[in-house]
Design a protein around this ligand. Sequence first.
Ligand SMILES: *Cc1c(COP(=O)(O)O)cnc(C)c1O
Length: 422
Amino acid sequence: MHVPSIPHLTAEDPDLAALVEAEATRQHDKLRMIASENYVSEAVLEASSTVLTNKYSEGYAGRRYYEGQQLIDPIETLAVDRAKSLFGVDHANVQPYSGSPANLAVYLAFLQPGDTVMGMSLPMGGHLTHGWSVSATGKWFNPVRYAVDRETGRIDLDEVRDLARAERPKVIFCGGTAVPRTIDFPGFAAIAREVGAVLVADIAHIAGLIAGGAHPSPVGHADVITTTTHKTLRGPRGAMIMTTAEHATAIDKAVFPGLQGGPHNHTTAAIAVALREASTSEFRAYAHQVVANAAALAEALTERGFTLISGGTDNHLILADLTAKGIAGKPAAQALDRAGIELNYNTVPFDTRKPFDPSGIRLGTPALTTRGLTEQHMPQVAAWMDEAVTAALKDDEASIERIAGEVRDLLAGFPMPGYRAA
Ligand SMILES: *Cc1c(COP(=O)(O)O)cnc(C)c1O
């Protein structure tokens, strides 16, 4: 059963309610290992489904374009103050609708169309909004892209520096969606300073690890920090932009009125709740456990013959090249999904296959850590993954079904926020 319960939805719209209930059960029964996903707390769920959704509040606290902000102002101020104190930043904007619009606001704040922006190439682990060709950021600006080293699978800062010196970007993005290693924020900051670029740390994936002290912080190195709130940070779907005092006004103007209209106040409230949770000792323990689980899983997968990009992981994320297993990423991901293990197919650096049918899979430990799994469970997870991939190659659906049942049995002992067995 969904928690909070949904009796009014069930009475008014049983078709939709049934789909929501089924999704809650699905999330309960599967080992969710999509690296960007998580389970939010029931407090966050409650905050995001409040009457705050009814209110328009274009502008910022104390400077709004509509009346009736007596309670919205303190709610947004709470979220902003909690972000500032959790991350130790001068300024935070909690209004971006999601990570991609947050990054667009950075372009609007610092660049003119046609200006040069530097980011990690998408197939190397960057994000669409760091200047990839199909994104508005790649169409309307002049993108230059860095890669990872072919041998080490890691970013080579000497290459980044050479490219920056040659191309003189106005903005440099660091951070990405498939980066299993620690981001060297001081190293990027030195390069940005040398070429006079604004350094943007996009910490969407690792914000929770940073808040929990399990990854170095970009604060004091990056001029601007963008993040989603719904990945390791374990808040509602949304985003934040944090800046030094110097860039606060430019970013605020870019978000509103530059790019957006009214903020999603119910989301702002849920962000405030998540940020309070992220300041607790329980959250610090969770963040360190996410990393410990990923390390244990990487070791167990390596023992079973999986090839990990960069040879392992420093954070929550693992990128594996399945070529040696004799299977492509997509059929593997689909078989694993049938086996109750949810992850995504992904390009690997220097992939010889096409982006829609690449060689790799990407997986992460945030959601299973929230469920309470620890290092001791990771050898079993790796064993299931290995068996499911082998079964897929033999069209052995019986084994895949058996694994799905075993996954369900294990997870029955680990309650999911947002769901209670009926
Ligand atoms: C997820 C992600 C984004 C985009 O977030 P959306 O909320 O999906 O728009 C941006 N940058 C990075 C590095 C991400 O991982």
